[in-house]
Write a protein that binds this ligand. Structure first.
Ligand code: BES
Ligand code: ZN
Length: 454
């Protein structure tokens, strides 16, 4: 039976790539209102893909971007798997660094280049194609399936939370499957057991009533550009340690066993340099790169603005300045509390003579998923069969905000079965998805549907 499925998948590779390319051609950027129609088109595409494999699908249109919910016939005495994914993507800037247009998928050396390839359209589409194989071959799927696909994951949207909190029965399941993380590397598949949380902040500094001549007035009034730099420079010390009082208080520390498990993965800083283009590692003293990446809270400027940054010189004291700062959190840290500590600290260190406003834009709780659930066993086995080698356990530095809510509201274990690569350039120019991972991902899901039902 599984042989038939594998043959079907093999015979339909071209078709599966073609469909994914269509999906990736829709510029469904959730954070830019000019793309709202593209968001709707991507929701419709997702909805039609579910209908094409015989699921009952609906587009749910709340105030924010639409959710797509689909389910198979729910038979009693069977386990139910809920698949989650997101059809929205990140903006494409800086566009000039793309080697081909982000929404015109290009295939080179068995790699698709397009925004959303790995994050997350390519990954979520694997589940649909795996299910299609069963349906088209008339093979009974041994589990009930449900899908909830959202369109504002990348924008910190609220709709999926509201929907989950008000529809726990509709989403009731024995396990949630999420493919929105990475393999460990090209040779080593992985299952992720912890995601970081997030507190995303904005600082706005207002100084003089307008941009001023820097000769006439420089040195006589506060300069917001200088002030934002002073503030930022006090958030961390020179060795990468965050200086906000209380920031580390509730951190779940890494124990020796976990440190040893990271160590056994033999991560090399040469890989870090290759994947990032950085000249060397840097981070909180006393921790290895993987410890910093996966197990320590971090603070980073994501954007910074003030004054004139065009060509040539313009002599001004800017009227305003600002910064966006993300803090990536680990289990036990509370995003709201951390946001408050941040605001309090920035307000305290802000000098006289400017107005400093701190806003908490959005946040997410860090998560840990159990490594000993039955579904984890099935996931490990499915991945080994799909990718041809045993997966390792990893953590990730990224966040998938809804996962914590799934755990709390649905009381079901979450399986983070990622098919991307750490160097897939997600959120960056030239995002990619390797066809091998696409095909092996589809196989993995096909095996999982079988194993979970046994
Ligand atoms: N797919 C990523 C999460 C991820 C990133 C997993 C890196 C593994 C490694 C997800 O789509 C994402 O980017 N999430 C955002 C959430 C935020 C906007 C609230 C993130 O982590 O920045
Ligand atoms: Zn994603």
């Amino acid at each position: 039976m599984i042989d038939k499925i594998l043959s079907y998948l093999d015979e339909n590779k071209d078709q599966h790539v073609k469909e994914l390319c269509e999906y990736l051609s829709i510029p469904s950027i959730s954070s830019i209102p000019a793309h709202d129609n593209d968001i709707i088109e991507a929701a419709r595409f997702t909805h039609k893909a579910f209908e094409a494999i015989g699921l009952a699908s609906e587009i749910i249109e709340p105030d924010g971007h639409p959710l797509v919910y689909a389910q198979s016939e729910q038979l009693p005495d069977r386990k139910t798997l809920l698949f989650y994914g997101h059809y929205d993507v990140q903006p494409v800037d800086p566009i000039e660094l793309w080697e081909s247009p982000p929404f015109e998928p290009r295939i080179e050396n068995e790699i698709i280049y397009a925004r959303g390839g790995s994050d997350d359209k390519g990954q979520l589409y694997t589940h649909i194609k795996a299910l299609e194989a069963y349906v088209k071959l008339g093979i009974e799927v041994p589990v009930n399936v449900k899908f909830i696909i959202e369109g504002e994951e990348e924008a910190g949207g609220e709709e999926i939370y509201k929907f989950t909190e008000s529809n726990p029965e509709k989403l009731a399941c024995d396990a949630v499957i999420v493919s929105d993380t990475s393999l460990y590397n090209e040779e080593t598949p992985a299952i992720c057991y912890s995601l970081k949380g997030l507190a995303y902040m904005q600082i706005d500094v207002k100084g003089p009533g307008m941009d001023l001549h820097s000769g006439s007035f420089g040195g006589t009034v506060q300069n917001p550009g200088n002030v934002i730099c002073e503030i930022i420079s006090r958030l961390k010390d020179g060795s990468g340690r965050v200086q906000i009082p209380g920031f580390y208080d509730s951190v779940l520390e890494l124990d020796d066993a976990e440190k040893a498990s990271f160590e056994s993965l033999n991560y090399s800083d040469a890989v870090l340099c290759k994947d990032t283009g950085a000249s060397g590692p840097f981070g909180e003293e006393g921790f290895t790169t993987l410890e910093r990446m996966w197990g320590r809270p971090t603070l980073d400027v994501n954007g910074l603005w003030s004054g004139y940054s065009g060509e040539g010189a313009k002599t001004i004291v800017p009227a305003t300045a600002g910064a966006k700062v993300s803090m990536r959190l680990v289990p036990n840290q509370n995003p709201e509390q951390i946001a408050e500590l941040f605001s309090k600290f920035v307000e305290e260190i802000a000098p006289e003579g400017v107005e400093v406003k701190v806003s908490y834009l959005h946040g997410a709780q860090a998560v840990m998923v159990p490594r000993d659930s039955e579904m984890m066993q099935s996931g490990m086995k499915a991945m080994e069969l799909g990718f041809g080698s045993k997966p390792v356990f990893i953590r990730e530095g990224g966040s998938i905000p809804i996962v914590g809510t799934f755990q709390d509201c649905l009381k079901a274990p979450v399986l983070l079965l990622g098919y991307g690569l750490p160097n897939d350039n997600i959120h960056s120019p030239n995002e990619k998805f390797h066809l091998r991972n696409y095909f092996d991902g589809i196989k993995t899901t096909a095996f999982l549907l079988k194993l979970a039902g046994e």
